[in-house]
Design a protein around this ligand. Structure first.
Ligand code: ADP
Length: 416
């Protein structure tokens, strides 16, 4: 149910991104389309104007308004049939604007010097009006008109093409947007599921000690009311609360480790001293359980790192070795420098780990035997914390183990 509504929410987000992408791309295309069609229109008009200007220059050599012969007739005779076909209408006016001579069917009755285009008998024409002078004195006007039909046809073809391709483009943009939205959302979706899984596991882990503490405190209340003080129950409540405290500490450490810089690596640390100190911390516990705990670290090895976090990583591994080794067994913590690496191994003769569990061992909340490690106070976060700390020090941690024969955890850290 929750998964369904989650995937619907992700799909909704994906569709929203797709629509925004498609709208933006379509707007950009429309603006580009407007610019292109405007440039195209201007270019076609310029071409017509150039043609009219060239023709007017050519005609002006034939026109002589002072003699009474037909100037246009002379020009017409100089032209071939095919040349005359492409045109146009021509009018000659005297200086008072009276028509002297015309050629073609769509002549204007008046001089239209202030217009670039006019309608003549329902047809749109482009106009060029040119003054004719003799010795600096205005003697008349030459006016040429040309149909705009071919330009309008070219424009409408362009607009049709743009109109037809727009839906195809929008669909194309939507598909590309849908693909990219999926690609962008995927890591967020994955991170979200990891956080969700983590919250569920953490909640589950916290619930067990909380329920125990609750049950025992209720019983304790009852017993106190009966005037029979129960110290044993108080101990159980305290250990449950302690377990929750450890768990919350671990969770906070892991949450902090998501920050880009969660520890300072600028201290020089003598690993030999650090390992000896941690082993010393466990000596009393090991004696009490009947386990032989040995430190085998010959020479000092210096690394750059965060002492507190490295101590935490080593403690987690030695604690596990202690926890999963039966009485009479041994735990050896050894260290040495190998090339430019510090190598620390924690070897125990404990219960060992099945081969199929090894790939999952460093996952959060993973336990080989959940009932056993929970009973022993393990949170299932210890190894995950070790890995986070070691990797933050640019090192590696790995495990070798044989069921029933013991395990060896190895940490490798770059040396100074
Ligand atoms: P926990 O807090 O439960 O010990 P860890 O992350 O430290 O969680 O370890 C994960 C699991 O790996 C443990 O539950 C245990 O089953 C197994 N494990 C870790 N260290 C050892 C070891 N030295 N020997 C055997 N099993 C181990």
């Amino acid at each position: 149910m929750a998964t369904n509504s989650n995937s619907r929410a992700w799909l909704g987000t994906r569709l929203r991104i797709t629509i925004v992408f498609a709208l933006l791309s379509t707007t950009v295309c429309l603006i580009l389309g407007l610019i292109v069609s405007d440039l195209f229109y201007k270019r076609l008009n310029d071409a017509m104007d150039e043609e009219l200007t060239a023709l007017s220059s050519e005609l002006s050599t034939f026109v002589d308004l002072l003699d009474k012969t037909s100037d246009l007739e002379a020009w017409k005779n100089s032209k071939s049939r095919s040349e005359l076909k492409s045109v146009v209408s021509i009018s000659l006016f005297n200086e008072d604007g009276k028509t002297i001579e015309t050629y073609g069917d769509f002549v204007l009755p008046k001089i239209a010097a202030n217009h670039s285009e006019v309608n003549v008998r329902g047809q749109r024409v482009r106009v060029l009006s040119r003054k004719l002078d003799y010795n600096g004195k205005l003697v008349g006007w030459l006016q040429i008109t040309k149909f705009t039909a071919s330009r309008d046809r070219a424009m409408s073809e362009l607009l049709n093409l743009m109109g037809l391709s727009t839906p195809v483009l929008i669909l194309g943009f939507m598909s590309v947007g849908y693909f990219f939205a999926g690609w962008t959302i995927r890591p967020i979706e994955d991170a979200f599921s990891i956080v969700k899984r983590f919250m569920i596991d953490a909640g589950h882990e916290l619930k067990t000690p909380l329920t125990i503490a609750e049950t025992h405190s209720e019983a304790l209340e009852q017993e106190l009311m009966d005037q029979r003080v129960s110290i044993k129950r108080l101990g159980t409540v305290r250990s449950s609360l302690k377990r929750m405290e450890y768990l919350i500490d671990d969770l906070m450490l892991l949450a902090k480790s998501e920050a880009p810089v969660f520890l300072k690596l600028d201290h020089s640390i003598d690993l030999k001293q650090l390992v000896q100190a941690v082993v010393e911390d466990f000596s009393e516990k090991s004696r009490a359980k009947g386990i032989e705990l040995r430190c085998d670290f010959a020479n000092s090895v210096i690394v750059h790192g965060d002492q507190e976090y490295l101590r935490r990583a080593l403690s987690n591994l030695i604690e596990n070795a202690w926890r999963y080794t039966e009485t009479g067994g041994s735990v050896v913590v050894a260290g040495a420098r190998s090339a430019d690496e510090a190598v620390i191994t924690i070897t125990d003769s404990g219960i060992g780990i099945p081969q199929d569990a090894l790939p999952h061992l460093f996952e959060r909340f993973y336990r080989v035997d959940p009932s056993r490690s929970r009973k022993d106070g393990g949170s299932g976060l210890g190894l995950s914390i070790v890995q986070t700390i070691v990797e933050a020090h640019h090192g590696r941690v790995f495990v070798q183990s044989q069921l029933g024969h013991g395990s060896r955890f190895t940490i490798k850290l770059p040396t100074c």
